[in-house]
Design a protein around this ligand. Structure first.
Ligand code: 4NP
Length: 161
């Protein structure tokens, strides 16, 4: 084993029914495909509690299913205790990023907060756009961006294991 026995990653968006549960499902699939179960733990949360307890948005589930994913987490709000539970807290957009930083109490907590697009390799987008009021193309774009950023993130995390 390397420096850490386990790395814990939390994805955060606004509602925890579109972007962050999709990121969670995509990274979990990559982890399984790379036999890294047990080395990396993944979870997701929302900056709001508007959809607490709900499955991901049916449109996101349908678009994910077309790519072989089963997005099945339940929405939950972000909690300050998440700063203790997770090593990386990854924001989907600038609003989530600013909100998370405002919750951080220490420099150590602040350094845990990252932007999802920092891990992009093929795209130059600086945030993952909220697809809630968009059509099919918005959901497809989110999945394209997340698949790319999750691959980049996994490469980064491998260096930490
Ligand atoms: P998410 O998308 O933050 O990617 O889960 C949204 C979900 C719900 C709402 C907004 C964004 N909403 O306004 O209820």
């Amino acid at each position: 084993m390397g420096r850490k026995d386990k790395i814990r990653v939390l994805f955060v968006c606004l509602g925890n029914i579109c972007r962050s549960p999709a990121a969670e499902g995509i990274l979990k699939k990559l982890i399984a495909e790379n036999s890294l179960d047990g080395a990396i733990e993944v979870n997701s949360a929302g900056m709001s509690a508007w959809h607490e307890g709900e499955l991901p948005d049916s449109r996101m589930r349908a678009h994910g299913r077309l790519r072989g994913y089963d997005f099945c987490s339940r929405s939950r709000p972000f909690n300050s205790l998440d700063f203790e539970r997770f090593d990386y807290i990854i924001a989907m957009d600038e609003s989530n990023y600013a909100d998370l930083l405002s919750f951080a109490m220490t420099d150590e907590e602040k350094t845990k907060v990252r932007r999802m697009t920092d891990f992009s390799t093929r795209y130059t987008h600086d945030h993952i756009p909220d697809p809630y009021y968009s059509g099919d193309s918005g959901f497809e774009l989110v999945l394209d961006l997340l698949e790319d950023a999750c691959a980049g993130l996994l490469k980064f995390l491998r260096g930490e294991i």
